[in-house]
Design a protein around this ligand. Structure first.
Ligand SMILES: [Zn+2]
Length: 356
């Protein structure tokens, strides 16, 4: 009798923990865009309870604290399984060393830590000093990520396959069989001057959960974006597009966007950074796009370049730094975007597999 009541107390505890923390075994996939004020920090929590952080925001306690809060309080986890750094700019790798002091990071993937500034146009002489905490941080394994690399994610029984693949890194791209070139490539969109910064070397990632597809290209720039889909589309179509490079106009090539045909865009912009006029127009002109979301309201003078207010996670400069959350259903056939500040929650259908 006593053991039975103990068991019930235990089951009740598990249930309440699931309700409070978001049950990591409920089969859903979660993605959080953490507000690092114009940097990048995207947390994926797999249905099997594994966590993958793509980029780690800026140096200092603010971003590491915000990332730590989302991992521990919102996702209910006590460690990070994987950290992936898309490229070596401070707003993408800067928070990693502080985060590593707050919780264990089991594995780090990057495209190889440069010893000198990877920006050939305007090299930053301070780079060796800035990269030192990242190089020295106490983490588990270190791995190189290359085009074709796959992060070894645990699959959950009963869930659709979950994969996270690298499509490009260090200006190299995955090889795919040459098929007919896309009509999109016939558009006359002029190239920009060659980008010699590390942005053009960004790691490009594709996350797939059953039919659901999410694209994150770090800060990849114009000419490389074009090469990714022309003459052949190496990505396919996607459901959710993390607006590349915080929405800056050096990125978000119209051919890439027309090839990917996203239904939802999520922009990790800052109050004055990103959300560029051309990017905004390109996104707005996409026939496929059903909704745009932003981490911040654009507070520049061109404030007509903003998503609807209820789709924006933070409205003012002095803000709580709230994240955006996306929840994919256990079978991958639909997903919801949640904006906690406004209480907005909207459901979207995943593209059908035949529509890829
Ligand atoms: Zn950036």
């Amino acid at each position: 009798m006593k053991s039975s009541s103990t068991r019930w107390v235990y089951l009740l505890f598990c249930f309440l923990q699931g309700v409070l923390l978001g049950d990591e075994n409920d089969g859903r996939l979660n993605i959080y865009w953490i507000d690092v004020e114009g940097g990048a920090a995207t947390l994926v929590v797999s249905p099997g309870g594994q966590s993958i952080l793509i980029d780690s925001g800026n140096p200092g306690q603010r971003d590491a604290d915000r990332i730590h809060e989302v991992i521990t309080q919102r996702a209910g986890l006590d460690h990070l399984d994987f950290l992936i750094t898309t490229h070596f700019h401070l707003d993408h790798f800067g928070g990693a060393a502080e985060l590593a002091q707050k919780l264990p990071i089991h594995a780090v993937y990057d495209k190889g830590i440069p010893s000198e500034s990877p920006d050939r146009q305007r090299p930053d002489a301070r780079f060796p000093l800035l990269i030192k905490p990242y190089r020295d941080m106490n983490v588990g394994q270190r791995h190189l990520i290359l085009p074709g690399s796959e992060i070894p994610l645990r699959q959950r029984n009963g869930s659709p396959p979950l994969t996270l693949r690298c499509l490009a890194a260090n200006r190299q791209m995955i090889d795919i069989p040459v098929t007919e070139s896309s009509l999109i490539c016939q558009e006359e969109v002029p190239p920009k001057a060659q980008d010699l910064s590390d942005n053009a070397s960004s790691v490009v990632l594709l996350l797939e959960f059953g039919p659901f597809r999410f694209f994150d290209a770090g800060d990849l720039t114009w000419n490389m974006e074009h090469a990714l889909v022309c003459p052949v589309n190496r990505v396919g179509k996607v459901d959710v597009y993390q607006v590349t490079h915080h929405g800056l106009d050096q990125s978000n090539h119209p051919s890439l966007l027309r090839a990917l045909e996203p239904r939802v865009s999520i922009m990790n912009n800052g109050v004055t950074k990103g959300c560029g006029a051309n990017t905004f127009e390109t996104l707005s002109s996409l026939g496929s796009l059903q909704a745009m979301y932003q981490l911040h309201r654009n507070l520049r003078e061109d404030d007509h370049h903003n998503a609807p207010e209820e789709h924006i996670a933070n409205l003012s400069k002095e803000c709580q730094g709230l994240p955006l959350r996306l929840i994919v259903s256990p079978d991958g056939t639909s997903y919801e975007v949640e904006v906690s500040r406004s209480g907005h929650r909207r459901r979207f259908e995943t593209r059908s597999t035949s529509d890829q």
